[in-house]
Design a protein around this ligand. Structure first.
Ligand SMILES: *Cc1c(COP(=O)(O)O)cnc(C)c1O
Length: 547
């Protein structure tokens, strides 16, 4: 017979149970360490998966009739680490960060307490941390913390969704009961994250009512096109409810101009006598650069190099206006350096959350009692994990300066990467030159062709698709070597017009996304050599890439 109690933390804090627990943790951490190799991007060799890999897993697994014992469980957990990607200096594939120690400690504390962030009676630690981090981030971006509010939620996706719920509720407080009117419209840049697409589908607005606004040369929303598209909608009897301003796009870090967008919505509201249109800054990724909002760029206390400083100033130009948005998001599991899932949704006018709240009658087992006042009836989730604890731990440990250092380093290594790329591999051209930040998107061109001409719309659809095909082959080849240097790729970094059709054609590009705290400028040259080698492999393969 198993002693079931031994599977739990102790009830009384006795030393023996603690030491058993700690020895299991020690085993997990040391097994991880044994697999680490700073020159690889995986823990041990990459796993090959056969075609029916997942099918076999399904066949082989059932619940054991007797528990296997904790040593065996830990053994199996450490096996899961084998071949797992790991965030060493050559890990530059996407915004997939290493969880920092304070982030892990916060999450761990949260797991030990295992409160429910639904209600402060059940999860006081998370409730307190949530209030703290909402205030901390509000002050950082320039919201009035006495008015703003927020909560942790299911990703940047959840924030875009929650913003839309609010947007609808603000203009149509009875939509909750009556359903959503059928003439509502949402707007976002063609380079926006697909979170909005899923959200308009889910709330029943319908994806045909999602207007994709053109992006300009710097990949940010073309605000003139926004004005035109919104005007069209209004004059045809539609009601604009929601504009998503992407402030740091995932594939090329285009930053929409929140100030200009706000001017347009305000002007149109006056002109057509409309209710305020909710603007959500999708700052899930880029919002962290608001850590530079009060950086003294003149005195430059952290002594950033000139080009890094210039890059940061450029990002700051746009990020300083974040507070004009009605809501925003911080994906701490991205540039906030905490484990999944730690997204924070912030709302400028916290009171508006009442519009989403549910009646006490409908929530019989939680809610307002004399001894519990913090009940998150307005979130779409019922039970909620206390991810604010990890966020709080990270904010405390890094401080503004720590974040400024790591965020500036992303700019630094991207500048170095771009410089070396231009010098050593001119056929690989940067397609997001105007966007400095954590990511560089670069595209392979056959002899004689180039990004400038392609962006200007001078190539035929066939030519663009041919270049996309070439890049797809290149992604396959660099992807095979991902345990050495793990680059990313995207099939649509933006779209371009063609010289012979009316189509806008997606542009595929490889991605250098600096995210590891260990990536430094000294590592860039080896990555360029890796790319040069892979270009030779591509050339030697049968793909005709010269013409
Ligand atoms: C990552 C990202 C999202 C989606 O966030 P999840 O946390 O993955 O749900 C939305 N918008 C932007 C700009 C992002 O970078």
């Amino acid at each position: 017979m198993q002693n079931i109690q031994q599977l739990f933390q102790s009830e009384d804090g006795n030393i023996q149970q603690r030491e058993n627990f700690l020895s299991l943790l020690e085993k997990i951490v040391s097994s991880l360490d044994e697999l680490k190799d700073p020159n690889k991007t995986t823990l041990g060799p990459m796993k090959e998966r056969s075609a029916n890999f997942y099918q076999e897993l399904m066949q082989e697994h059932q619940v054991p009739s007797t528990g296997v014992g904790l040593d065996q469980v830990v053994e199996e957990l450490t096996q899961l680490m084998q071949g797992h990607p790991y965030h060493t200096h050559n890990f530059v594939t996407n915004v997939l960060p290493m969880a920092s120690i304070p982030g892990v400690l916060g999450q761990f504390t949260n797991a030990l307490l295992n409160g429910n962030n639904l209600w402060d009676v059940y999860g006081p630690a998370a409730a307190e941390c949530e209030v703290k981090v909402v205030a901390m981030m509000s002050k950082l971006v320039g919201y009035d913390y006495t008015k703003s509010f927020g909560y942790t939620t299911w990703g940047g996706q959840g924030a875009v969704f929650s913003g839309l719920r609010l947007a609808i509720a603000k203009q149509f407080p009875h939509a909750k009961e009556d359903g959503v009117p059928n003439n509502l419209y949402c707007f976002a840049s063609e380079n926006a994250h697909y979170s909005l697409l899923k959200s308009v589908e889910a709330v029943g607005i319908g994806s045909k009512h999602l207007v994709r606004v053109k992006a300009g040369k710097d990949h940010s929303m073309d605000v003139e096109d926004l004005r035109i598209r919104m005007t069209e909608v209004i004059e045809n009897g539609g009601i604009p409810v929601y504009v998503v301003a992407t402030t740091g796009a995932t594939d090329q870090f285009g930053i929409d101009d929140v100030q200009a967008i706000k001017e347009i919505t305000t002007t149109l509201e006056k002109k057509y006598d409309l209710q305020p249109v909710h603007i959500h800054a999708d700052s899930a990724l880029g919002g962290f650069y608001a850590f530079f909002n009060d950086y003294d760029f003149k005195k430059n206390p952290l002594q950033f190099e000139d080009n890094v400083l210039q890059g940061l100033v450029q990002i700051h130009e746009r990020m300083q206006h974040l507070a004009l948005a009605d809501s925003m998001c911080f994906d701490f599991q991205k540039l906030g350096q905490t484990p999944y899932l730690t997204s924070l949704f912030l709302i400028k006018d916290g009171k508006s959350l009442q519009l989403l709240d549910i009646e006490d009658f409908d929530t019989p087992y939680v809610g307002n009692r004399g001894y519990g006042s913090y009940h998150t009836g307005y979130t779409l989730e019922c039970s909620r994990m206390g991810s604010s604890i990890a966020i709080f731990a990270a904010l405390q440990a890094f401080g503004k300066e720590g974040y400024q250092q790591i965020l500036a380093n992303y700019v630094r290594v991207n500048l170095a990467f771009r410089a070396q790329l231009a010098e050593k591999t001119p056929m690989l051209q940067v397609v997001n030159e105007a966007n400095i930040g954590p990511v560089t998107a670069f595209r392979l061109y056959p002899d004689g062709l180039n990004w400038q001409a392609e962006q200007a719309g001078r190539y035929t659809q066939d030519q663009i698709e041919h270049i996309n095909g070439l890049n797809a082959s290149f992604f396959e080849i660099i992807g095979e070597g991902r345990d050495e240097v793990f680059f990313g790729d995207t099939t649509r970094v933006c779209t371009v017009s063609t010289s012979d059709t009316t189509q806008h054609v997606p542009v595929a590009a490889a991605k250098f996304f600096s995210i590891s705290p260990y990536t430094e400028t000294d590592h860039i040259l080896d990555m360029i050599h890796f790319l040069q080698h892979k270009l030779k492999v591509l050339e030697a393969s049968h793909i005709a890439y010269r013409h």
